[in-house]
Design a protein around this ligand. Structure first.
Ligand code: ADP
Length: 179
């Protein structure tokens, strides 16, 4: 977890490769659907371009499908999901059906000023200043409270500073996971 631009994708890719497990990024899956013009892409488009969250049912459908793959049986990494309490509750149900549990949440912290700097130079379609502000607002209102929600549910939360050298941040993540 972490705010937009915290480096979840970058660090998630490195970690999934290192652990040899699949990484399911809702943002990547949605962007691919958008590029391919699938019904999912068409449905998600207006939300994504406005910096709003795609509806929970749509997102839970994506994750339900991903967790249905055989490759996920040996473990998996979720990137950009869950982002709301409703998504976290849906995930708990999906995991319970499979007899699985979350091992840990890695929370990447980066301050707002650094995020604005990073995202306004990244140039993705949803990286316009207004949209970035909206995504940060939503992160604070809907997603950040999930950390307390998970702490209340006894899930281990590992906080890692997301500013600095990419490899050093990865080393911190591995260290905090005790891997
Ligand atoms: P970032 O974390 O930089 O905002 P993502 O690639 O994770 O980038 O997400 C991009 C956009 O995709 C979000 O702004 C949102 O519209 C949509 N999205 C991705 N994941 C979710 C999710 N779990 N719930 C709702 N919308 C999502």
């Amino acid at each position: 977890m972490g705010p937009p631009g915290a480096g979840k994708g970058t660090q998630g890719e490195l970690l999934a490769r290192r652990l040899d497990i699949p990484r399911y990024s809702t943002g990547d899956i949605l962007r691919q659907a958008l590029r391919e013009g699938t019904p999912l892409g068409l449905e998600a488009k207006k939300f994504m371009h406005a910096g709003e969250l795609v509806p929970d049912e749509v997102i839970l459908g994506i994750i339900g499908e991903a967790l249905g793959h055989d490759e996920s049986a040996q473990g998996f990494l979720l990137d950009g999901f869950p982002r709301t309490v409703a998504q976290a509750e849906g995930l708990s149900e999906l995991l319970a059906e499979k007899g699985l549990d979350l091992d840990a949440i890695v929370n990447l912290s980066v301050d707002d000023e650094e995020i604005m700097k990073r995202l306004s130079t990244r140039g993705r379609k949803d990286d316009l200043v207004e949209t970035i502000r909206r995504r940060l607002e939503i992160y604070r209102a809907d997603t950040k409270p999930l950390l307390d929600w998970y702490a209340g549910h006894g899930v281990r939360i590992l906080s890692v500073e997301g500013v600095g050298d990419i490899d050093e941040i990865q080393a911190d993540i591995l260290g905090s996971l005790a891997l």
